[in-house]
Design a protein around this ligand. Structure first.
Ligand code: ADP
Ligand code: MG
Length: 281
């Protein structure tokens, strides 16, 4: 009886080894096209507002790209285009998402999106509840994710019982639980105080690198952009184009706490700030 019920529960994609390990291979950019190819994309709203002028770039599997730019320059619009909530009015976006055992794309918004009547573990497992199949996450998957960000003891708590930083961690886990190839984040940490933000940066960076999730982050915070990214774009005033593209050379095992007084970090900050200042002055 127990065995028959267990057979309906998918295996945990974060555990197992060798032949026993389920396949959760992300799209492989070394052998194929990039995860996303944006080509000459523009967007004009139906009321005539031209948000995006002309954007072209590629995103590789597992890469973290951050977009910074003046308010109203089309950053949120770009995320909507990448997520296919809207179609470009000019140009094309090619997406190669949804590797074996992977979800295509998830999004983290600035606003609190947790369901207040569901516990932490129920919120994190929400995707599996609506996915169909057995409605159950792979055994141990949600518990493993909570353990990775030290939230295990809060699994049965409700959102109102959590601090702001914990709620944001849960929102990130909710988006990551389906193992998306691509994670989109629209100013997700702007309401947090600095120490909380650094701690959540560490967790987010660890999660997306361990799970091979590519991400596009929109933020106003240059420190956040440099801390988290492999590459940063500065966008122009609307209609947006890319005015500066800066590779961030700190690699996968960066320490968010030590980074901020590294001279290379301060030099990058200066370079990005000078370009951003031209667009917002
Ligand atoms: P950002 O996220 O960079 O602040 P948005 O992408 O939200 O900018 O908006 C870009 C421009 O498009 C702004 O001028 C904004 O007012 C306009 N805009 C956003 N959403 C709509 C909409 N639904 N209809 C018309 N104009 C919009
Ligand atoms: Mg926005």
């Amino acid at each position: 009886m127990q065995q028959a019920r267990d057979a309906t529960v998918p295996r945990n994609p974060l555990s197992g080894s060798g032949a026993d390990r389920p396949r959760v291979k992300a799209y492989d950019a070394t052998t194929s096209a990039p995860l996303i190819s944006v080509r000459n994309v523009g967007y004009t709203y139906s009321d005539g507002t031209r948000a995006i002028g002309d954007l072209s770039f590629d995103l590789a599997a597992g890469e973290m790209l951050t977009i910074v730019g003046p308010s109203g320059c089309g950053k949120s619009t770009l995320l909507r285009l990448i997520s296919e909530l809207r179609r470009p009015t000019q140009g094309t976006i090619a997406r190669h998402l949804g590797g074996v055992g992977r979800h295509q794309c998830s999004m983290v918004f600035q606003e609190d999106t947790l369901l207040p009547w569901r516990t932490v573990e129920e919120n994190v497992g929400l995707y599996y509840r609506f996915k169909g199949d057995s409605g159950t996450a792979p055994r141990g998957h949600i518990a493993d994710l909570l353990a990775m960000v030290k939230l295990s003891q809060y699994a049965k708590f409700y959102p109102y019982q959590l601090s702001g930083g914990m709620k944001r961690r849960v929102a990130v886990l909710t988006a990551i639980a389906p193992l998306p190839d691509l994670l989109l984040l629209d100013e997700p940490f702007s309401a947090l105080d600095e120490p909380t933000r650094i701690a959540i940066h560490s967790d987010l960076h660890m999660l997306i690198k361990r799970l091979n999730i590519a991400a596009v982050l929109v933020t106003h915070d240059l420190t956040e952009a440099i801390s988290l990214s492999d590459r940063v774009f500065i966008l122009s005033r609307p209609p947006a184009f890319i005015v500066e593209e800066v590779p961030i050379p700190f690699g996968t095992n960066r320490n968010m706490y030590d980074l901020r007084d590294d001279p290379a970090f301060l030099a990058l900050y200066g370079r990005l700030w000078r370009k951003l200042k031209e667009q917002i002055a």
